[in-house]
Write a protein that binds this ligand. Structure first.
Ligand SMILES: Nc1ncnc2c1ncn2[C@@H]1O[C@H](COP(=O)(O)OP(=O)(O)OP(=O)(O)O)[C@@H](O)[C@H]1O
Ligand SMILES: [Mg+2]
Length: 581
């Protein structure tokens, strides 16, 4: 029989190190966090061979006394918490007293540290957890830690490291995140003497984002400021047009700690709502502040995951914060109406809404005419009551072009309008409004429309009867493969009811297992189906009516999938193109 024996201290440390230190970037993260906890304002990192040969980090924080420096490499030795009450109210990044012990166990470590009250710095060198030498030397206030030959005594871990470029990228990610999360602290990272990140201390996060992600992106940032009894949300989100194909530019800090949190992330996406194309990911640098007692950071060995009490309330708050920010800033680049907002002091060209003749509206064979008087073609500025900010400029619609777009004159320029997208947004919001309030208005088809269905489609109808009902459809069995459509949602009533039902069925069919998640997709697709298309003749009064409805929408500048409704061309732009200036 095998005998049980106590593991040696050395082995325990190596096992624990395996959890905390997965790769060179984990070392960088732990050391940066220690520097931040020490109150550093400048943190400089130099690495060699993607961190495998050397990670050197210098901070100007409060440093350690000789005694503390010796303690710092012992497991469970920390200056940051001392009792259970502290553990449930953590305000520092470190709290376990594990990081340095772990790093010391699997590398050759040197610490040079000098607190302000001491003349000289203390130096300690450790290899595989054992102190090799100590000494005194001259140094600036703060701490310099050098980690050489990481994993030198744990070859298995070393073997699992990814390629140099991957490991390096992980390190860059750590530094950029912390730089973004701490605008007033300077960070610099260099590899083999080449500078990779230079992010000097700045006043606010936007400047920091500019230095890390570039000025172009920083220009498209919207500040978020929201607070309720549960959470304070601050930071920046990028406009939807800056959305990326990957999630690399999403940074979330909770109480100063960088974390991943699926639920918070989802709330952010929900906040963007229909402004993101499918498969696109928003860019954000967001800071949440919640009562530390309501956050458990002790759930993951690398402290990158947290549990938040009141998760639901906080998600709701985040979604609102994002949505309000987007609505408040209706200055998405392609819809820059700013030149129409301030009347030009001495206009070179005049905009005369009332006297100019309007192109005769074309009679349409497809689209029914509305009773709006044809000479009244100005859509007045209309504030949306709920938000009070969204508005369309005053405009004179000149006419349809290529049976797809409309051209309108505005006080400051020209506006191109995509007819399909206008109606799509209107339908989407009108229906969504009803759907959210569980009051979908339906239209009864007097005759009923007969649908011939495949066995597969029949099953869909049976399985999803109640969902279809919620969406406004009543579909009954008629005999054999025939079903009769009795009601349809009246928002979309103008189109062929069967086409609408088929659209819904095919959306459900493509996403059978996640119906709750695709409600929005179903509604988007119905709105798209029901809307006028490119190629449809649309009269000016019809467009006017659609624009009047659009001005009542919450987000009147994009279709539910994020495509622009308007493109503007200021007179100044025309002047430039015609070389009048
Ligand atoms: N750069 C530094 N400047 C000043 N003190 C430091 C620095 N790095 C570490 N220390 C001291 O060493 C102690 C041990 O650091 P270590 O990272 O191992 O643990 P911790 O930060 O307390 O907790 P955690 O394991 O969660 O990171 C810290 O509590 C702190 O007192
Ligand atoms: Mg630490």
């Amino acid at each position: 029989m095998q005998t049980i024996q106590q593991l040696t201290e050395d082995l325990i440390n190596k096992i624990a190190a395996g959890e905390v230190i997965e790769r060179p970037a984990s070392v960088v993260k732990e050391l940066v966090e220690n520097a931040l906890d020490a109150g550093a304002t400048q943190i400089t990192i130099d690495i060699k061979d993607s961190g495998k040969e050397l990670i050197k980090i210098t901070d100007n924080g409060h440093g350690m006394t000789e005694e503390n420096a010796k303690m710092s490499i012992l497991r469970h030795a920390t200056s940051k918490i001392s009792n259970a009450t502290d553990l449930f109210n953590i305000t520092t990044l470190g709290f376990r007293g594990e990081a340095l012990a772990s790093i010391a166990a699997i590398s050759q470590l040197s610490i040079i540290t000098k607190p302000s009250e001491q003349m000289e710095a203390f130096n300690i060198v450790i290899e595989g957890g054992n102190i090799i030498s100590t000494g005194i030397l001259a140094a600036e206030q703060g701490t310099t830690i050098e980690v050489r030959n990481l994993f030198f005594n744990t070859p298995a871990r070393k073997k699992f490291l990814k390629s140099d470029s991957v490991e390096l990228r992980h390190i860059i990610d750590v530094i950029t995140r912390y730089a973004l999360g701490n605008p007033n602290i300077g960070f610099s990272l260099s590899h083999e003497g080449h500078s990779l990140v230079t992010a000097p201390a700045v006043e606010d996060a936007q400047n920091k984002i500019a230095s890390v992600y570039g000025v172009a992106l920083a220009k498209d940032l919207l500040p978020v400021a929201f607070e309720n009894e549960f959470v304070r949300v601050s930071g920046y989100i990028a406009k939807p047009n800056q959305a990326r194909n990957d999630k690399n530019q999403q940074v979330l800090f909770v109480n100063g700690r960088w974390v991943r949190n699926v639920i918070v992330n989802k709330a952010i996406y929900d906040g963007y709502h229909s402004l993101l194309f499918v498969g696109k990911h928003p860019v954000y640098v967001l800071f949440l502040e919640v009562n530390p007692e309501k956050v458990d950071v002790n759930v993951h060995p690398q402290k990158s995951e947290i549990k938040i009490e009141q998760q639901k309330e906080i998600s709701q708050a985040i979604e609102t914060a994002i949505r309000e920010t987007l609505a408040r800033n209706n200055l998405i680049p392609v819809v820059d109406f700013s030149f129409d907002e301030k009347p030009i002091p001495a206009p070179k060209y005049t905009f005369e809404p009332s006297t100019q003749t309007i192109l005769q509206p074309v009679k349409s064979s497809i689209i029914e005419e509305y009773s709006t008087p044809e000479e009244e073609v100005i859509v007045r500025e209309q504030a949306v009551p709920a938000l009070g900010l969204v508005k369309l400029p005053q405009m004179k619609i000149l006419g349809q072009i290529h049976k797809t777009f409309f051209v309108a004159e505005t006080p400051g320029g020209v506006l191109f309008i995509d007819q399909h997208v206008v109606q799509e947004r209107v339908y989407y919001e009108q229906f969504m409004q009803q759907f959210m309030h569980k009051k979908v208005a339906t239209q009864t088809l007097l005759q009923g429309e007969i649908l011939e269905l495949s066995p597969q489609e029949k099953l869909l109808i049976v399985e999803h009867e109640s969902k279809l009902k919620q969406l406004g459809f009543t579909i009954e069995h008629f005999g054999g493969n025939s079903y009769v459509v009795k009601t349809i949602p009246s928002v979309f009533g103008r189109m062929q009811p069967l086409e609408l039902v088929r659209e819904v069925l095919s959306t459900i069919n493509e996403n059978r297992n996640k119906l709750e998640e695709i409600q929005e997709e179903i509604i988007t697709r119905m709105a798209c189906r029901a809307s006028v298309k490119a190629g449809d003749t649309v009269s000016i009064p019809h467009l006017q009516k659609m624009l009047a409805e659009l001005s009542q929408c919450h987000l009147p500048y994009h279709c539910p999938h994020g495509r622009a409704i308007f493109i503007t061309m200021p007179v100044s732009e025309l002047d430039k193109k015609f070389q009048r200036k």
